[in-house]
Design a protein around this ligand. Structure first.
Ligand SMILES: [Zn+2]
Length: 115
């Protein structure tokens, strides 16, 4: 995948994980994570609990190792690289935050209309 795609993948993961973690967990800490991809460095400041941090690092690693030139959605991937327990957990987080963030942006749109 391109660097731009890689960047958008990791920022989506960050956004979804942080949203889920903030709503469901306690003892969140802030950390800088540096990821390398195709000679570029990406620095992310992530605020997560210890468990979510481990899980997102696993997800980041999988994105880094993804061999698809045009990355499919993981859900539709012909040869998924996640192990079962990580996959279940990540799918749960993506679903939760996807719904919540979807609702949040719809609300914001409605507000803008009535301004
Ligand atoms: Zn968490």
């Amino acid at each position: 995948m391109t660097k731009e795609k890689f960047q958008s993948e990791i920022f989506t993961l960050k956004k979804f994980y942080e949203y889920y973690c903030k709503d469901n967990h306690t003892n969140l800490t802030s950390n800088n994570i540096t990821l390398e991809y195709k000679d570029s460095k990406f620095i992310l400041n992530i605020t997560l609990c210890e468990d979510c941090k481990k899980n997102i690092e696993y997800s980041f690693l999988k994105v880094q190792e993804c061999k698809h030139e045009i990355k499919p959605r993981c859900r539709k991937c012909p040869n998924p690289c996640y192990d079962k327990s990580h996959w279940k957990n990540t799918a749960k987080i993506m679903r939760y935050s996807g719904i919540k963030l979807g609702l949040v942006s719809i609300k914001r749109k409605i507000k803008n209309i009535f301004k």
